[in-house]
Design a protein around this ligand. Structure first.
Ligand code: P6P
Length: 312
């Protein structure tokens, strides 16, 4: 069975392979911390992050562990949801690491899958470059199994962590089915959605009795990495759109360390990722914590959402 190191050595240069190896070792530590019987999963650290969320102790711990991996990897800088500004590291480092060290924090206390998202960026523009320039991207899921989905630009591979903390390959050619019957969106925000998303979701809910002529199911975990792992496993479309609430004109999710790494994986697996209209990978960030509306998954559905946006 191919392990992560062998996969990376065959597809990435030594520095990039080593960096992702450091991130995998860091994820194994975070996984162990989450599972530690002593751990009070929902303990609060007390501060507030850039998202305005109260930091959980695990948020802070995961961020310290991923920062340590970035430093060990010789990265030039580290950008994180948990830190206001980029942390300069190795001046001559060949790349920048951006991360959401613990995605899905609101689920920590209720034992729902959470994860770590990472992006390996060129040093140009201090890492604020369009996502298509990423050297690599991936995410770990701390769920019933600890798993990894990763791309270094040569397709997408999935891995499962074994009892020794090593990542063993599941699939070296992960593909997102073009068609799906599952959509993921927080229906509690329905009254705030803009008309294109209102119409798209109404058509899905109308199912076989409506213009789509087939039934759909809704799935929503509230943890991006959990939704994503499901979509990469069996298809689906995820939407966190712009809505009319104050502060949500660009949705909730962050471009640099959530949407862009997810979009690179999605496109490498044959899916699509947009802000409703534009490909996420073509959007150049102007700030570390910039938000962006996010629609990703099975290409047929992402195209349908884009058609609704084109209709105004
Ligand atoms: P809402 C979790 O806090 C997160 O950042 C993502 O993992 C998830 O997709 C989203 O927020 C859920 O947001 O507003 O539906 O609770």
């Amino acid at each position: 069975m191919t392990n992560l190191a062998a996969y990376l050595d065959s597809r990435a240069g030594p520095e990039l392979a080593a960096a992702i190896g450091e991130l995998a070792a860091a994820a194994a530590r975070i996984s162990a911390e989450i599972r530690a019987p002593r751990r009070v999963l929902d303990a609060v650290a007390g501060d507030v992050n850039a998202d305005g969320d109260t930091q959980k102790a695990l948020d802070v711990l995961a961020d310290e562990i991923i920062l340590g991996a970035a430093r060990q990897a010789g990265a030039a800088a580290y950008m994180s949801e948990e830190r206001e500004a980029a942390i300069p590291l190795e001046p001559d480092g060949p790349f920048i690491i951006a991360s959401d060290p613990l995605d899905g924090s609101s689920n920590i206390g209720v034992n729902v899958s959470i994860g770590t998202i990472f992006s390996v960026l060129p040093t140009a523009g201090a890492g604020l470059v369009a996502g298509r320039a990423q050297h690599a991207a991936g995410f770990f899921v701390y769920g019933p199994q600890t798993t990894l989905l990763v791309t270094v630009g040569a397709g997408v591979a999935s891995f499962r962590m074994d009892a020794d903390g090593n990542f063993q390959m599941i699939d070296d050619n992960v593909r997102i089915p073009e068609q799906t019957g599952e959509f993921a969106i927080n229906a509690g925000n329905q009254r705030y959605w803009l008309p294109p998303v209102q119409r798209y979701i109404a058509d899905c809910v109308a199912g076989a009795d409506g213009p789509r002529g087939r039934n759909f199911s809704q799935r929503y975990v509230g943890s991006l990495v959990a939704e994503a792992w499901r979509i990469f496993s069996r298809g689906g479309v995820f939407l966190y759109p712009a809505d009319s609430r104050d502060g949500f004109a660009d949705g909730r999710l962050r471009l640099v360390y959530e949407a862009a790494p997810m979009a690179l994986l999605v496109e490498q697996a044959g899916g699509r990722a947009t802000d409703g209209t534009r490909d996420i990978l073509d959007i150049t960030p102007t700030a570390v914590h910039q938000r962006v509306p996010l629609v990703f998954g099975s290409s047929e559905e992402v195209d349908e959402v884009a058609s609704q946006h084109a209709a105004g």
